[in-house]
Design a protein around this ligand. Sequence first.
Ligand code: CU
Length: 211
Amino acid sequence: MACERIRDATITSIATTTTTTTTTTTRPAFPNELVYLFVKPFLKARASFRLMVNRLLWALLVALAVAVLVVVAVKLRPLLTPEPVLLAVPDPDCDLRAGPCTGRFAGGGEVTLDLEPRGIPPARPLVLRVLIHDLVVSAVALDLTGTDMDMGYNRRILEADGPGRFRGEGMLPVCVRTRMTWEARVLLTTPTGLLAAPFRFATSTANTLVR
Ligand SMILES: [Cu+2]
C-alpha cells in the first residue's frame, strides 16, 4: 500500500513537473511578442519609408526622362525650322482674313497666299492656296504659328495644283486668348535656298462668335 502511495505521489509530482515544464516552454514567446509589439510600428515605418523612397526614385527618373526629352526637342527645333535665306515683304495693307495677300522678294518673284474660309476661324478645316510668280520652286509648305505665343508645330506640305499653284489643308489651333496674332509663313524650297513669305493676321473669339 505504502509503496503504491509513493508511486502515486511520484507520478503526480512528475505530472506536475511536466505541466510546469510545458508552461515554461510556451512562456518564453511572451517577451518576444512584447518586443515585436514594441518594434512593430518601427518596422511598419521602415516599410513605408522604403516605399516612399521607391516612389521618389521613380518620380525622379520620370522627371529626368522628361527633362532629357525637352532638351532634345529644343535642340531639334532649329532642324525643323531652318532659317530662310530671304524673306518676302508682304503688302502691309493686306488683311489675310479678307482675301489673298501677296509678298514680294527683293531679288524678284512673288508669292500669294489665300486661306479659306474667309475670317480664318480656328479649329476649322482651312484650304491653303499658294500662287508663285517668277520663281523656281521644288517644294512649298505653310507654317501656322503664334507670333507672341507658342502654339506648337503646325506645318503643312502643299501639293502642286497646276503651274505655279500649290494647295493643301490645315487648321488653326484653338487658343485660350480672346485675341491672337498669327503668322502664316509660306516656305519655298528653291535652288538658291529656303525662301519665306510671312503673312500676319489676328483672330479674336469675339469676331468668330459674330460670324
Ligand atoms: Cu494662342
